[in-house]
Design a binder for this molecule. Structure first.
Ligand code: ADP
Ligand code: MG
Length: 271
């Protein structure tokens, strides 16, 4: 005789539904059989089931956070070649990927560098590592997010929209410098930066250094104030490398158009 004979499995299913314990509902018959067979103490059976429910809950939460994060597909820290950006320390990035102190403090991370240098890849890969570590992240192209906030402002729901972004420990604004003049004029980006200041972290990527941010905000005073807030508690990394794609193409292609002196190994010395 098995233990299930003495209870009503259909009723148990209803009770587990009521308690919102879907993982236990799914797994208990299997563990019950094993427990009966191996003679587990009742306390062990209960412990195994609750641990299973908790593990499943955390897995589902991370899955939800991953879906809402809108990260770039396939960009991971594993596939990021740190040798290509010698000015960036892998140990430093790995420490940032653990989250903890900087996200708790609402500090920022700013990535600068020319197009193709790996800013978006690194930003998204950091976001992925943080989501896997239990943090909530949103990756957005800055112009897309600014457009949404502009619509919210027009509908008088800007504050609510900013509040909704508060649930993210990290907001990644990719390509800040691509904000257009008419987007700058509504200054929603300025309000976003002010709303998160010293509370919620931002990771910003930009092709242009601060000196060329005058088009992003309505006037120089606002630009100054925005930069001031962003850098107050910030790590700034400059990925000043040539385009990764371009370098890869050059490395691979000994094809036509290359000067003959680079065509063979023997001739690669200085002129
Ligand atoms: P940026 O955002 O700075 O313009 P991206 O991150 O979009 O540059 O990089 C361009 C392409 O090159 C992407 O496909 C990216 O995955 C790849 N890439 C750039 N840097 C690296 C790197 N260090 N290691 C691996 N792939 C890289
Ligand atoms: Mg980019």
């Amino acid at each position: 005789m098995t233990a299930t004979n003495s209870i009503d499995p259909a009723k148990l299913t209803l009770l587990l539904n009521e308690l919102r314990l879907p993982a236990i509902k799914h797994i208990w018959p299997q563990f019950a059989e094993q427990a009966d067979k191996e003679g587990w103490p009742a306390a062990r059976f209960l412990a195994v089931l609750t641990e299973h429910e908790l593990a499943e809950r955390s897995r589902r939460r991370i899955e939800r956070h991953l879906a809402e994060a809108r990260l770039l597909p396939g960009k991971t820290l594993d596939t990021f070649q740190f040798e290509a950006v010698p000015m960036v320390s892998k140990a430093h990035i790995m420490a940032l990927a653990a989250g903890d102190a900087w996200l708790d403090q609402g500090a920022n991370l700013l990535l600068f560098g020319p197009p193709g240098g790996g800013k978006s890849h690194l930003a998204s890969a950091l976001g992925l590592a943080l989501v896997e570590g239990g943090w909530r992240v949103l990756f957005a192209r800055t112009t897309d997010l600014v457009q949404k906030l502009q619509i919210a402002r027009r509908e008088l729901t800007l504050q609510a929209a900013l509040n909704r972004l508060d649930r993210f420990d990290l907001l990644i604004l990719d390509d800040l410098a691509y904000v257009t003049k008419d987007q700058a004029e509504t200054s929603v980006l300025f309000e976003l930066i002010g709303a998160r200041y010293e509370r919620r972290s931002m990771l910003i990527t930009a092709n242009q250094p601060f000196g060329q941010w005058d088009k992003i905000f309505p006037d120089p005073a606002m630009t100054l104030a925005a930069v001031d807030r962003l850098v107050h508690h910030a790590t700034i990394l400059e990925l000043n490398v040539e385009s990764y794609r371009r370098r890869q193409a050059i490395d691979k292609k000994p094809g036509p158009g290359r000067p003959p002196k680079y065509a063979t190994k023997a001739n690669t010395g200085p002129d």
